[in-house]
Write a protein that binds this ligand. Structure first.
Ligand SMILES: C[S@@+](CC[C@H](N)C(=O)[O-])C[C@H]1O[C@@H](n2cnc3c(N)ncnc32)[C@H](O)[C@@H]1O
Length: 467
């Protein structure tokens, strides 16, 4: 038998803590760390060890002798740690307040262990609806010969296979309800085996499904998709090649995906594959809170780094004197310019307050240096919302300018910045540089529960600089 598939005798363990993959962590008497999928802190459990390394072992839960008071029954029948369980949610067996507490601890631990930083104030967590929040998703599609059916869904937790999902509690209700009809419909396509993926993007009023079609659809297939769209409220998009090949299947339709930020009276049209925040409820609160924490004044010039399609830029333009949005994707820069014009025109027509002067610049921020940063000019405040990799080069360029700053220069570092992060490790790394070398103080930080039941930790942090 190969070592990989070997199972060792069952052990009884006391779980001490939880990691972000929702694995319970126990320490055996011999000092070895054991990770137990599905076990919660303070539970006494029996475990079958199925993986051994020098310093740690991994096991699966066989019995819970003493259950945690934080344990709940998952709402979704596909969630869990059994064979075939969906890998979309890892924490449905833990109650919501405890999920938030775990994420909060991850943020504080990262800031401390990687950045040696303790924020002056921990912000109250931002949280919203726990179910039906996931407005964007990538669903895999496979015809499984053994089951003689098409599966549409996320991948299984313990394998690369597509989970046999009949419903999903974190997708919007109307999308969950169409999972079975969707797989039945795809099963009828002539090009069934050349359609490996469907990307979901929901706007406030429209649900777009982008079908990745590796072969041209037959006329019969197009009719089948049209019939589906008559029965279920979806707009079909096709993606025969790269991202730039995406187009509406019915070219007589128009782009009608959009979301609103009512507090700022902003409407954001978008394409289904544009980056948009996954959870529209949390996004509204996040944008409002980020702007409040930034404390924008009427005379401020603000830079919105990694601005995407203008999610923070346009709300900022309702408060500041001028805003610059900087982003690496030329397509998103184009979209943000269009969205600015769309909103400005709408405001003029309605006679409401105009947006301030806004400029958008396309730039690879993983390669920015201090002179390029200086060329972008002085801004009183910065908003930073990078991808998982963080904003290291940008922060490094800032710190270099601060350390070499010629006092007669017009350029000054921002007095305040709000950093929205989707990866606490890179936030901590960047924060370390800002605080320990840039002279900033991390005055506030907190978590944003953008993805309930998953291990994903979104957070927000405020950095301030004295004069
Ligand atoms: C987390 S998203 C934030 C987008 C926007 N702030 C929002 O709220 O919708 C990160 C953004 O960084 C952009 N990005 C990724 N890599 C980049 C790079 N190297 N330089 C500049 N922008 C980049 C992505 O295109 C994406 O729009």
């Amino acid at each position: 038998m190969q070592e990989k598939n070997k199972v060792w005798p069952e052990q009884s363990l006391l779980i001490e803590s939880l990691d972000l993959d929702a694995q319970g962590i126990a320490h055996r008497e011999d000092g070895k760390v054991v990770f137990v999928d599905g076990a919660l802190p303070f539970e006494r459990v029996s475990v079958n060890i199925n993986r051994k390394k020098n310093n740690w072992e991994k096991g699966s839960l066989t019995q819970i002798h003493l259950a945690s008071s934080q344990r709940v029954t998952p709402k979704c029948k596909h969630a869990g740690y059994h064979a075939g369980a969906c890998g979309g949610c890892k924490m449905q067996h833990l109650n919501s307040p405890s999920q938030i507490a775990v994420k909060q601890r991850v943020l504080e631990d990262n800031l401390w262990h990687l950045g040696k930083i303790k924020p002056d104030l921990i912000l109250r967590p931002i949280h919203g609806p726990s179910w039906g929040y996931r407005y964007r998703a990538r669903l895999s599609v496979r015809f499984v010969i053994k089951k003689q059916k098409v599966l549409v869904g996320f991948h299984e937790r313990k394998s690369g296979y597509v989970a046999d999902m009949e419903s999903c509690a974190v997708l919007p209700g109307h999308v969950s309800a169409m999972l079975i009809p969707l797989r039945e419909m795809i099963g009828k396509l002539d090009t069934r085996d050349a359609c490996p993926q469907i990307e979901l993007a929901c706007g406030d009023d429209v649900t777009a499904l982008v079908l990745r079609n590796l072969e041209p659809l037959t006329e019969r297939d197009q009719n089948t998709l049209q019939e589906f769209a008559h029965q279920y409220p979806v707009q079909w998009w096709l993606q025969p090649g790269g991202l730039d090949s995406i187009h509406l299947m019915d070219s007589s339709q128009s782009l009608s995906l959009s979301y609103s930020l009512p507090e700022f009276d902003i409407q954001m049209p978008f394409m289904p594959t544009d980056f948009t925040q996954v959870n529209p409820w949390i996004n509204r609160v996040l944008v409002a809170q980020a702007l409040q924490l930034l404390a924008v004044q009427k005379q401020d010039r603000v830079i919105d780094w990694f601005c995407g399609l203008g999610n923070f830029t346009l709300p900022l333009a309702t408060q500041a004197k001028s805003v610059v949005g900087v982003e690496g994707s030329a397509q998103l820069i184009q979209r943000s310019k269009e969205n600015f014009i769309f909103n400005q025109t709408k405001r003029q027509t309605l006679g409401s307050n105009a947006l301030c002067d806004v400029q958008f610049k396309s730039k690879n921020l993983f390669e920015i240096n201090s002179s390029e940063l200086q060329e972008l000019g002085f801004a009183h405040k910065w908003l930073i919302d990078p991808p998982r990799e963080g904003a290291f080069e940008l922060i490094k360029a800032l710190v270099e300018l601060i350390q070499n700053n010629d006092l007669s220069s017009d350029w000054k570092p921002p007095s305040r910045m709000v950093y929205v992060s989707c990866n606490p490790a890179t936030l901590a790394r960047d924060a370390e540089l800002l605080v320990n070398q840039g002279g900033y103080v991390c005055s506030q930080a907190g978590i944003v529960n953008m993805f309930p039941h998953t291990a994903h930790v979104e957070s927000i942090a405020v950095f301030e600089k004295g004069d």
